[in-house]
Design a protein around this ligand. Structure first.
Ligand code: AR6
Length: 196
């Protein structure tokens, strides 16, 4: 049974397109392995080589199969804060959006802005590729050490800002899923989304 049917928290965001029409975008918090989600796109918390690693990156490459690494070799890496798209290959998701979060150095080296730009640039790729549903992991909060509470606030605020902005440029996005791996992260996302 898909945990997508049982979100821990859910919120609808009002967006308005450039003709003044309103569209609702649903934000959800779930606890799941992101590689199992049958959405249009899942986001990978990659490193700037885009050639794989541990954590969610390793899990996505394992589940997608070796064609993903072969494809990523053609992308020429990705700077921190930016995002690049690939097919999902063996994944149930059609696309993988690879983004590179900042390494946490205490917060004074542009980490909040870089983390926000990961979410913003990933949402921008959904506009360019007509993607209606996308799931994000908690970017930078594993190996890269970003404190989970602060990262969660940035994730939610930048997704809300980005989907509103994307609506103005003809976005098809309907559903954004925050996919947490641990129950403790899911509880923080749940609390922060409910507080919006
Ligand atoms: N599904 C959903 N979330 C997951 C999964 C999964 N299958 N596996 C782990 N997470 P991390 P980062 C969560 O370390 O901090 C890699 O080596 C995990 O619990 O994957 O951005 C890359 O190549 C955590 O909440 O990414 C980079 O070198 C979140 O995903 C570096 O790690 C992010 O943890 C990137 O570090």
């Amino acid at each position: 049974m898909s945990s997508l049917k049982h979100p821990l928290a859910q919120k609808q965001i009002d967006t308005t397109d450039n003709q003044g029409n309103e569209h609702l975008v649903t934000l959800k918090v779930i606890q799941a392995d992101i590689t199992t989600l049958p959405l249009d796109a899942i986001v990978n918390a990659a490193n700037s080589s885009l050639l794989g690693g541990g954590g969610v990156d390793g899990a996505i490459h394992r589940a997608a199969g070796p064609e993903l690494l072969a494809y990523c070799r053609t992308l020429n890496g990705c700077p921190t804060g930016e995002a690049k798209i690939s097919p999902g290959f063996k994944l149930p998701a059609q696309y993988v959006i690879h983004t590179v979060g900042p390494v946490w150095h205490g917060g004074g080296q542009g980490e909040p802005e870089l983390l926000a730009s990961c979410y913003r640039n990933s949402i921008q790729l959904t506009v360019d590729n007509n993607i209606t549903s996308i799931a994000f992991p908690a970017i930078s909060t594993g190996v890269y050490g970003y404190p989970i509470e602060q990262a969660t606030e940035i994730a939610i605020a930048s997704v809300i800002g980005s989907v509103k902005q994307a609506a103005l440029s003809g976005s098809a996005i309907e559903e954004v899923v925050f996919c947490c791996f641990s129950a403790s992260d899911a509880a923080i996302y749940q609390q922060k989304l409910e507080a919006v």
